[in-house]
Design a protein around this ligand. Sequence first.
Ligand code: PAF
Length: 277
Amino acid sequence: MQIIFTIAELRKRLADERAIAFVPTMGNLHEGHLDLMRRAREHGSYVVASIFVNPLQFGPSEDFDRYPRTLEADCARLQGLADVVFAPSVNEMYPAQQTVFVEPPAIANELCGASRPGHFRGMATVVLKLLNIVQPQVALFGKKDYQQLHIIRRMAAQLNLPVSIIGCETVRAADGLALSSRNQYLSEAERGEAAFLYRTLQGLRQQILLGERDFERLQQQGVEALAARGWAVDYVAVRNQSDLRTVTGAQRELVILAAARLGNTRLLDNIEVCLAG
Ligand code: PAF
């Protein structure tokens, strides 16, 4: 496995590869990322991972500076899974001030976008840059970041990117907590509580499967259940899978999404609900 730091060297290395599967990451890899890497191998004969903490997708008061940077350990975990790791510096990715951006669809201002203005614009911009640099046939993303995956799919479709976007199931700890690099910010007590987010979503899903259709009430119930245990809730939302808009009619493929803070750590999760008939 080769570790490459510059765009020029990466382009040279990939010039003759025709079946590249790509997994973009911000590093601090956990089992969820490694699962993406294993799936990547099913989709391409050559597997590229990128590790880049993208300043463009962090707000001024967010955790860009303290985001864990663990390149050496990450590369050790990628041995045998990736053929190349691309780990550019900020200067390599943004040698001049970035003045051209991907303008994501309006849904980027809702859900996570409501409390993270500019986040999805910065995310979509770096993903497009990375796709242009790596030029993979397939790129894989986790469903834990459901809204991110939706926006990337829209970008790839509407900008006619020659890449297939694959969404992969969320990998969870034994108690149900979705794996995330940010979980390591949690104190021991917070880590014990953290799985309650997924349990809340499971409870709401069960109610929908049993026939509940008052989604406003369910959302409120989710918010109150979390708040009662000390969570600061950004949102609990029942949406359509296809466009992430509110459910207005007979849509049958739904998703319940939530983001909430436990102490200083913002966790997000989601669960799909497919109604029969
Ligand atoms: O999901 C992430 O880790 C990041 O948002 C991504 C897709 C690597 C872009 O920086």
